[in-house]
Design a protein around this ligand. Structure first.
Ligand code: NAD
Length: 408
């Protein structure tokens, strides 16, 4: 994952006319901190967890990015994700560089209080390098608004003043923003509208297949259904459901569990592999990485793919799809809605004045549409695939900031 990211970063910088020194600087995070966090468990024992915080580059502003709690977290993954955050912030033209954090743990096997102690311990361990004008964390895989609340409280205690701008994704009563929970799905919805418009296909009646029915996938299916599109397939970790006339999305939303599973309630299911190859207009991978690879790219029938998940398509598959004329809206553009509304939350915290959901949605739409048009224009005029175009649009701001500061 890190290597593939570095390959495209290098191609993007060279295509923009930057030299080897810039590539050298931006192919790795400028700072990577590894911490060990002792946590008193409920049974009285102490368990020591390993955590990371990567800061890719802060030339364009403080770094920004989520913290994931997952048993599979690695230093390499956190580094790659911090670079992706630079790209998302650059495409959306936010005054940030990219950051990312992670702790190797399994929150599903921890109690509420153990999770609180781990969250506070992580903040104490990284407190020297984070802050509202340094590096601003947010939720990511298996972290949520409660965890953000504990982290904000711990940071405020250390600094001895209220610091809502230290972290985003907070509950509304602690300075969270309207629209944060649905931001990623809203952003993906806007990308589907733009991509379909670019291909001359009306959204009304368009056939959409969504892999993953969690936070991103289920809200997306809901928004698509409400907009009059036909959601012909959805899937989760257990399997997939398919109806060429459109699934009953409100019913499925009603039946899904808190981990985004619903297909286990049905008999006639497809596999996730079959879902990806369904006859449809738009395919939205919204589950996990490496789903579209050289092995299945040739069998994908959708003419438009919008990546809600991080890293669902390999580089080889990206090239195969591009050669076949499939319009792929890459993750660093399509899933930027989350960090955009995180930015709005930070702005609201800084000014102490809060916006309505409507204001958040309108501003999000304007930023996502501009991002899509910038990337699409580069893709058309420079004749490069959409992923390389997105990397070019994304890394440009940080590279320019580095040059103005005279670092390279
Ligand atoms: P989630 O945990 O809420 O949901 C994940 C969904 O994927 C569930 O329905 C689960 O059953 C399904 N799933 C898990 N393993 C699967 C497998 N092997 N095959 C098919 N389905 C599988 O996660 P989420 O927050 O919706 O995130 C999904 C993706 O979107 C991730 O790649 C994440 O990084 C990305 N993303 C999410 C956000 C956000 O705000 N939620 C923002 C940016 C990117």
């Amino acid at each position: 994952m890190l290597q593939a990211t570095q390959t495209v970063i290098e191609q993007a910088l060279l295509s923009l006319g930057y030299g080897k020194e810039m590539v050298d600087l931006l192919r790795e995070p400028m700072r990577m901190m590894t911490v060990r966090i002792p946590v008193r468990m409920d049974d009285g024992s102490t368990q020591v967890f390993t955590g990371f915080r990567a800061q890719h580059n802060d030339a364009a502003g403080p770094t920004k990015g989520g913290v994931r709690f997952h048993p599979g977290v690695t230093a390499e993954e956190v580094k790659a994700l911090s670079i992706w955050m630079t790209l998302k912030c650059g495409i959306a033209d936010l005054p940030y560089g990219g950051g990312k954090g992670g702790v190797i743990c399994d929150p599903r096997r921890m109690s509420f209080r153990e999770l609180e102690r781990l969250s506070r311990g992580y903040v104490r361990a990284i407190s020297q390098i984070v802050g509202p004008t340094k590096d601003i964390p947010a939720p990511d895989v298996m972290t949520n608004s409660q965890i953000m609340a504990w982290m904000m409280d711990e940071y405020s205690r250390i600094r001895e003043f209220d610091s809502p701008g230290f972290i985003t994704g907070k509950p509304l009563v602690l300075g969270g923003s309207h629209g944060r929970e649905t931001a990623t799905a809203r952003g993906v919805t806007i990308m589907i509208e733009e991509a379909l418009a670019a291909s001359g296909i009306p959204l009304q009646g368009a056939r959409i297949a969504v892999q993953g029915f969690g936070n991103a996938g289920s809200f997306l299916a809901k928004f698509m259904h409400e907009a009059g599109a036909k959601v012909v397939g959805i899937s989760d970790v257990h399997g997939a459901l398919h109806d060429p006339e459109g699934l009953d999305i409100p019913h499925l939303l009603d039946r899904r569990d808190s981990f985004g599973a619903v297909t286990n309630l049905f008999k006639d299911t497809l596999s996730n592999e079959e879902l990806l190859e369904l006859e449809c207009d738009v395919l939205v991978p919204a589950a996990i990485e490496n789903q579209i690879t050289a092995a299945n790219a040739a069998r994908i029938k959708a003419k438009t793919i919008v990546e809600a998940a991080n890293g669902p398509t390999t580089l080889e598959a990206t090239h195969m799809l591009h050669d076949r004329g499939v319009l792929l809206v890459p993750d660093v553009l399509a899933s930027a809605g989350g960090v955009i509304v995180s930015y709005f939350e930070w702005v609201q915290n800084n000014q102490g004045y809060y916006w309505t959901e409507r204001e958040v949605d309108d501003k999000l739409r304007a930023m996502m549409v501009r991002g899509f048009r910038d990337v699409y224009e580069l893709h058309r005029t420079r004749r490069v695939d959409m992923r390389l175009a997105a990397y070019m649009a994304g890394v440009r701001k940080t590279a320019e900031a580095v040059r103005y500061r005279g670092w390279v």
